[in-house]
Write a new protein. Sequence first.
Lengths: 485, 176
Amino acid sequence: MRLIRAIGNWFDQRVGARDTLGPMLAHPVPRTTASWWYVFGSATLALFALQIVTGICLALVYVPTADQAYQSLEYLNYQAPLGWFLRALHFWGSNGMVLVMTLHLIQVFLWGAHKYPRELTWVVGVFLFLCTLGMAFSGQVLRWDQDAYWGLGIGASVAGRAPVIGRQLVEFLLGGPIIAGRTLSRFFALHVFVIPGLLIGLVGVHLWLVLRLGINEWPMPGRLVDRATYRQRYEEEVRRDGVPFFPVAARKDMIGMAVVIAGVLACAALFGPYGPNGVPDPTLIDTEPRPDFYFLALFALFALLPPWTETALLLVGPVVVILLLLALPFLAGTGEKSWRRRPVAVIGVLLILLTVGTLAGLGITSPWSPVMDAWSGLPVPEAYVRGRTPLELQGAAVLQGKQCRNCHSLGGEGGRRGPALDGVATRLTQDQLIRQVLQGGGNMPAYGKNLTPAEVTALVAFMQTLRPAQQPPAQPAVGPLTPAR
Amino acid sequence: MTQNVADRESSPPPPPTRRSFLFMLGLALNAVAAVLVGIPIIGYLLGPVRSRGAQAWIALGPIDQFPEGETRLATYENPFRVPWDGPTAKVACWVRRLEGEQFQVFAINCTHLGCPVRWFPPSRLFMCPCHGGAYYEDGSHASGPPPRGLFEYDYEIREGQLWVQGGQVPTLSQPL
């Protein structure tokens, strides 16, 4: 023990850590900041450290070339000792980092920490958030599977919508005219050199600002932030009722860090690594590309935006969102800090969470996508063919054979791109059914060129039987009315 | 002490000396060095951006392998590949032979966001697995979010072989 202390002293006489780092660690902070709500920032930092360590480990084996990246991931999964676990840690660590960082963002916003004098801390934090999302996307590319390939295709298509410089932007992004070897090298350099370098530098600035400006005190309703008096009042509070950051406030931080790391370890051990999902061979077209969860909401938005707004929103939307985030502390830099007195802020956060959550949920089920094998995989429910005439049965066969089920469900099974056909006869008359099949419309393709008159007759005859027993079929609004009996 | 500072601030700038000249020279030389290093780096980074899009004629094989009235998947190797591209050098396209030497060759990429469209012969539709775009057999837009019909290759028949002109990812700003 004495020896260790002696060695420690020998180093400290030369390094001087006790005189420089010591006061930093022990600097007084308001007692109210030693709260469980204040642990998300340090937890994010812990996950970032985990990502660096596991990322370096993976880079020892991973081959960043388009012809061998996939095999090297398979090697990690199945042959390299504990390779699967390191991949799993890196994957779940990245999910955790995006999640905990989002919690940190929401917490500091609701607690008013972005207000004077911590505007720059917030701005640096926004860039940290963007860099982390950049890491998430580029990491997904390094998985170099079918999702990665077609995810890049989506990126290229968005970039290709830019006016004037569209093509040049695509080539710059991909490093060549197609998604291939040069693209992977680029994203590898981004993922392991460029963005981590930025992140480390920005984390340094972020922490320095926290240290210089002090941790945001627990906001009390009615205590307004005023540029003239804020810093003086803060310093008074620290003098009157301050506690040393280390160990008083850091205790909870350390437990938070350990908990998130333990959570990642548990997820990695229980669920294992993710992917790679399918060789990135673009001639294998039986694929349904889906992004990782943090981009599912965006993926869903692409399907649901009205087409005429899409190019403008895809190109301008992200810029506007980022600018708004950056401008926030300058638009609302003073005044009330407590979320109890900031209903607009609270409602805004809830609305954004609901929107993103709903979109992400839709992204998982993708109801706008045809179910590609419904026509051959799902039979017509038995109840819908029992007691039908031969013509109607023929119609049921046409409905299956012409792949209507890929977009329309029967008995709850099939695509949800178009309306379910279970009660279609109560909504459309015979004439309307014929017109809809032949001419399409309302987002349905026209089948006029693709069906013989006999097939149309049979199909419509079958669809006219699709109604609950107690409900009358749809009647034309004009023309000879049949008296009700 | 304060008197000194005030004096220094109010006094006129000192006349150029050898030291201040050396300082300015140091700044200037480093600026020149930064520009000299920066220009080739920027040029290198912009290397993949060509003045014209990548275009080359590519053989898809004898036309006999495409029956009349049918749509078949054809694949080729991108002519602008590098040796380490692996499977990603491959490109797929849909070849529709109407009759005789009349063809339509479509890029596999949906015009909405580039996902691979699939051909469904019974309903004579191309369907996209990502956001539900659908196209008729002639490539025109049938439903869903795509802003236009499928991207179509220019083609030629030379000595019984089908050739198409391609080499890059088709996008809205640079269709094939």
